[in-house]
Ligand binder design. Sequence first.
Ligand code: SAH
Length: 345
Amino acid sequence: MIDIRSMTLKELEQYMESIGEKKFRAKQVYEWFHKRLALSFDEMNNIPKALKEKLKEQCTMMELKEIEHFVSKIDGTRKYLFELEDGNIIESVLMKYKHGNSVCISSQAGCRMGCKFCASTLGGLDRSLTPAEMVGQIYAIQKDTGERVSNVVVMGTGEPLDNYENLLRFITLLSDENGLNISQRNLTVSTCGIVPKIQSLADEKLQITLAISLHAPNDAMRKELMPIAYQYSMDELLDACKYYFEQTKRRMTFEYSLVAGVNDTSSNAKELCKRLKGFPCHVNLIPVNPIKERDFKQSVPESIRDFKNILEKNRVNVTIRREMGRDINAACGQLRRQKLQEKEN
Ligand code: SAH
């Protein structure tokens, strides 16, 4: 079956021509999928019946079925669990801010990066998501709430740069004027730091924000938290970041999850400042979200504040991530994991 919702407009035009159809049909079908968020050929009322039948025979839409969602009573954050056509389960989150609605999507079902504090990687990688399954999370949420999604962060389950080609196509679909037309500037992609892929992404010269999961001020400590640090040193990673900035002129974000007694001391903060001094970036401090399978604890508010003050004194831009949906917040990837375990029993 052809994954038709994953095709860019250009690819869809080629496909239409290959099955003997006029090129303009591609734009019509594309708009049904990506602007009107259609999920059946039957509702495409400007498409001839014979073509609809042909498409039904040849194509799949890689549709997401909502299994359930949870709504926070505190701030309206919504967590969704979706089932994919092959039975896999993924999770996505909608966060409501004053400046608009932001959706956090998964890029893979599971993850093979093995970061120690992360629940999404505990069961390994099942498979990467297709572009249709990535935009599908945003479309399903926009349809469910009836409200426009203005920002997207690829920070859910999975390593987006481990699904590179599909990520690029996803960005094309999302920012296309014939689709939802979400500006690349409103899209953030977060990576654990796959250096060669950061370099390739830089060469694409996109306008997205790149967020790097750093979590440590040096290689030794980073290795304890993130296996990827064995493959690429912090020097190599920061060089790739510099290259990304030179190519795109986009200021990057560094994410730093604070774990009590592991990476949250004032000397850790000072070392981080030395590494980042003068680099056009922004540091996002995330009090670690404890998962039951591991013994990591959140830093106490005082160390979080101290850490932030040291960065500010050294003129490193810094914010503390506000925790959203505390009452429904099974830590990153935990909801999916819980559901998969229920399924097995
Ligand atoms: N694989 C990508 C994107 C997914 S994770 C990446 O590594 O960036 C999104 C962010 O959440 C990353 O910074 C990740 O390190 C962080 N994260 C994962 N589990 C967490 C937890 N339990 N508490 C706090 N941050 C966590």
